[in-house]
Design a protein around this ligand. Structure first.
Ligand SMILES: [Zn+2]
Ligand SMILES: [Zn+2]
Length: 308
């Protein structure tokens, strides 16, 4: 991480889930755990499979203090009702904050009633507090994280849709959520230590989603910010496991890349892989893209990025 001014400390980013809505590549849906020293972890998006993602990694969901939701689609928000119910059944006492776009409180209640009828108004030992973000408004400090929501372009139904910029533990993290390219992403990524970007398709034109081609087209404007791609479709993944990205990754990692089906060890190795890719791709917007894509077999969701 580039440390400037008063930005000190560190944050750990764990991609417990990094997939799209449809299970492409066998990946779990968006579930990005952010941890800073001396404060409870928070989630950046919480797709429907998030309890599986957390428990696979032996992370107690009841430790999650807050969930920052980019938008109210199932692969970004559908895990919130089960998270609340799991907390209820496991005697959670710590409050949970859900931060999302306008309408989040109403839609959370509606989703709980659809999925678990009668659950939205039940008495619990812990409070669920919903904070609705005004797009573009002044950053807010919530549960130790400073967050700002930005309007993005993800369709005409079910919005508003947000890109998010968070400051946690001295690190700044930009997150596109789901969106077609919009210059708002430049604001979200500006000076960030890590830019987490949707890369749904390689170069096929799809409405309201971001493509690898869009990121490449704007890489100079993005200024070489360290970028990790998520939300990849089968089409995008096919370009990552063979073809030019894989070839470049092989060169950049001096054959440390394992072949399809081979597993990386947990922990430090992952971070080394990511860091080396980031270093050697400096100046390119899509730095750690290939590293993310490499974890696409059984380990697909095990990509940690330590920002320190
Ligand atoms: Zn999505
Ligand atoms: Zn979406």
């Amino acid at each position: 991480m580039t440390q400037t001014g008063s930005r000190v400390g560190s944050a750990t980013v764990t991609f417990a889930g990094s997939g799209d809505a449809f299970g492409s590549g066998g990946r779990l849906q968006a579930c990005i755990l952010l941890r800073a020293d001396d404060q409870p972890p928070v989630l950046l998006d919480c797709g429907a499979t998030s309890l599986v993602a957390l428990k696979r990694r032996a992370i107690d969901p009841n430790l999650v203090a807050a969930v920052f939701v980019s938008h109210m689609h199932v692969d970004h928000f559908g895990g919130v009702p089960p998270l609340i119910l799991d907390g209820q059944f496991s005697r959670r006492t710590a409050p949970l904050t859900v931060i999302g776009p306008a309408g989040a409180e109403r839609r959370l209640a509606a989703a709980m009633e659809v999925i678990f009828p009668g659950s939205s108004a039940v008495h619990r030992r812990f409070a669920v507090n919903v904070v609705e973000l005004e797009p573009g408004a002044t950053p807010r400090l919530i549960d130790g994280v400073t967050v700002q929501g930005w309007p993005v372009d993800h369709g005409i139904h079910g919005g508003p849709f947000l890109g998010l910029r968070l400051a946690i533990g001295g690190a700044i993290i930009g997150y596109t959520g789901d969106t077609a390219w919009t210059d708002t992403l430049l604001d979200i990524a500006a000076g960030a230590d890590l830019f987490i970007a949707e890369s749904y398709y390689w170069d096929k034109q799809v409405s309201y989603h971001l493509r690898h081609a869009d990121l490449l087209a704007h890489r100079d404007q993005l200024g070489g910010v360290r970028t990790i791609l998520t939300h990849m479709s089968d089409d995008m993944l096919s370009h990552c496991t063979r073809g030019p990205i894989r070839a470049r990754l092989r060169r950049s990692q001096r054959d440390r890349v394992k072949g399809p089906g081979e597993r990386y060890r947990q922990g430090e190795d992952h971070r080394l892989v990511v860091d080396r890719v980031a270093d050697e791709w400096a100046g390119h917007a899509v730095t750690a893209a290939a590293a993310a894509a490499e974890f696409c077999a059984d380990d697909c969701d095990d990509l940690d990025a330590r920002l320190a």
